[in-house]
Design a protein around this ligand. Structure first.
Ligand code: GDP
Ligand code: IMO
Ligand code: MG
Length: 430
């Protein structure tokens, strides 16, 4: 049997998932996205060429790899076509190997309008969403009024569904958000235009995955966002609207839980968060600014500066449990190269007591104070190191401490943005 590997973020997203997926795809036959949408921004650096993918799976840069978009993804037809065109103008041919589930809910212009209007109305309490319409599109799915990819194939069905959805959303936009309504004909025209291009890529994804398994094709499932942004398990309500944890790979694609052989959890050697919400180890001082500049911490989708802080082992241990992480990949180790004293959060202080499990929900987490352990920095370059033996002893000690606190082995270490800047201790595909 070919192995099935799931890759997930264990923090608040932007852990370097795209880089690791692209790297490991040399051993995979297909890469599958199973949740999120074009809120994701996954950066691939191959030689001196940088590519940021949002909706297209990070197998795109390897010609012989199939790219699959499962039913759990919310799909903006216009964003998809823009992304495909951009890749094509860079010489990446994709259409013949991109397969899209007919059950993906569509993100249409009214979702974007609602997302933006709601954020504006929320003022100080805004989530800081990416403004891509993600939350409203998932609400429509659960509300059983989503227009789905399959509906693009039938003009009269499409028209009826868009009209019904807009009847509701325009009422809300006009009367509740006191905002502009969205023109129904413009939405239908836009969707029909994209439909002609998307039609050949529409597929029965569960059947495709079953066939791959029967043919022993190694599969890689690519998570978007991270565990702390999970709609159920994250820092609610400051989360995204999908299940970002490994279980989402099953519900979001149609693969069975028993098919998953290995879960790779990606964690930065420090922590970042973009958007609002509690972040116990956040640094607003010079060290925070140092991490932001060394790590080039600007959102790959919105360009917003990312908040930076120390690694949070309390949250990491929780993420490891939620995902059933088999092994960790620690990324951006090189960003700590010039930090003299490195802290790791090993507990939270809440109401005078130390706790080692994160409280549920954002309000309690916001009252938690981090309890730190301090380790000496290695103060020498690790950029591009590809052998474990070539790492400074103090960097090895730091990684040893992280794996002890997370109670999970470190199987990979990323030492730079470039595809090959990596140390592989144990390969997820065996
Ligand atoms: P993703 O959303 O998890 O795929 O991560 P992003 O692409 O949004 O953000 C990760 C950023 O860090 C990108 O700019 C990557 O090119 C970069 N990156 C990934 N791994 C490393 C690493 O080991 N070292 C450094 N310095 N940068 C890295
Ligand atoms: P990748 O896949 C980091 C954050 C937003 C906001 C919250 C909700 O690149 O790791 P949404 O638009 O999803 O409703 O916003 O989630 N967010 C991300 N943060 N990386 C991402 O994706 C993110 N996708 C959404 O900033 O706080
Ligand atoms: Mg990202």
């Amino acid at each position: 049997m070919g192995r099935t590997v799931v890759i997930v973020g264990t923090q608040w997203g932007d852990e370097g998932k795209g880089k690791v997926v692209d790297l490991l795809t040399d051993r995979a036959g297909a890469v599958v996205r199973f949740q999120g949408g074009h809120n994701a921004g996954h950066t691939l650096v191959i030689g001196d060429r940088k590519t940021v993918l949002h909706l297209v799976p990070s197998g795109a840069m390897r010609e012989d790899v199939a790219c699959v978009i499962g039913n759990g993804v919310v799909l903006s037809p216009s964003a998809l076509m823009d992304e495909i065109s951009k890749l094509e103008s860079g010489g990446v041919k994709l259409r013949h190997r991109l397969f899209i589930s007919d059950a993906c809910p569509l993100i249409l212009p009214y979702h974007v309008a609602v997302d933006k209007a709601r954020e504006q109305k929320s003022g100080r309490n805004a989530i800081g969403t990416t403004g891509r319409g993600i939350g409203p599109a998932y609400e429509d799915k659960v509300g059983r009024r989503a227009v789905r990819v399959g509906d693009l194939l039938n003009e009269s069905e499409l028209r009826a569904k868009v009209e019904a959805a807009l009847d509701f959303h325009n009422f809300m936009l006009k009367n509740y958000y006191v905002s502009d309504s969205v023109d129904v004909e413009a939405v239908i025209d836009g969707a029909l235009q994209a439909a002609e291009q998307i039609r050949p890529m529409v597929d029965d994804v569960p059947a495709r995955l079953r066939a791959y398994r029967e043919q022993s094709v190694p599969l890689l499932f690519e998570g978007a966002q991270g565990a702390l942004l999970d709609i159920d398990q994250g820092t609610y309500p400051y989360v995204t609207s999908s299940n970002t944890t490994a279980g989402g790979a099953c519900t979001g694609s149609g693969i069975a839980p028993s098919a998953i052989d290995y879960v790779l959890g990606i964690a930065k050697a420090y922590a970042t968060r973009v958007g609002a919400g509690p972040f116990p180890t956040e640094l607003t001082d010079g060290i925070g600014r140092h991490l932001a500049s060394e790590g080039n911490e600007f959102g790959a989708t919105t360009g917003r500066p990312r908040r930076c802080g120390w690694l949070d082992a309390v949250a990491l241990k929780r993420a490891v449990g939620l995902n059933g992480v088999s092994g960790l990949c620690i990324t951006k180790l090189d960003v700590l190269d010039k930090v003299e004293r490195i802290k790791i959060c090993v507990a939270y202080r809440l109401n005078g007591a130390d706790i080692e499990a994160p409280p549920s929900g954002a309000a309690a987490l916001a009252r938690c104070q981090p309890v730190y352990e301090e380790l000496p920095g290695w103060m020498s370059p690790t950029v591009g190191v590809r052998k474990l033996d070539d790492l400074p002893a103090k960097a090895r000690s730091y990684l040893d401490r992280v794996q002890a606190l997370a109670q999970t082995p470190v199987h990979m270490i990323s030492t730079g943005p470039e595809r090959e800047d990596v140390i592989v201790i144990s390969h997820p595909f065996g």
